[in-house]
Structure formats: structure tokens, C-alpha cells
Design a binder for this molecule. Sequence first.
Ligand code: SF4
Length: 63
Amino acid sequence: MRIQTDTSRCEGHGLCADVAPEVYDLDEDAVVVLRHDVLPEALRAKAEAGARACPVAVLRVVE
Ligand code: SF4
């Protein structure tokens, strides 16, 4: 399981990292950074909650 993202569209709101700091972080330019290349199953629900929180919908959890 992975997270697909389009960092060029990230607006740096940080809501993903607020909801799921185990999964998402922001770099010094306030662009989303994924903490895991391959997402552990135990973090699926967190990852999906963070993706839903993104106001510009650039995060997607995929198998
Ligand atoms: S919530 Fe969306 S726009 Fe905001 S930092 Fe996360 S990925 Fe970027």
C-alpha cells in the first residue's frame, strides 16, 4: 500500500499532518512529505483520514 500525491498541487495547509502525523509531514517549503515509501497496514485508517482532510485532494491511498 502506498500514497499517491501530486506535490505540485499541495498548498501547504498541513491538515494531513495534523490528522495523521505518523504518515504525513511538511518540508521547509510547506510541501507534503510522506513518511513511508510503503505504508504499513496499521496506518491505513490514519492515512485515509489524512487524505480526506486535504482541501485540494492531492492524497490518495492505493494498493
Ligand atoms: S492537506 Fe493537502 S494541501 Fe495541505 S499539506 Fe497536506 S497534502 Fe498539502
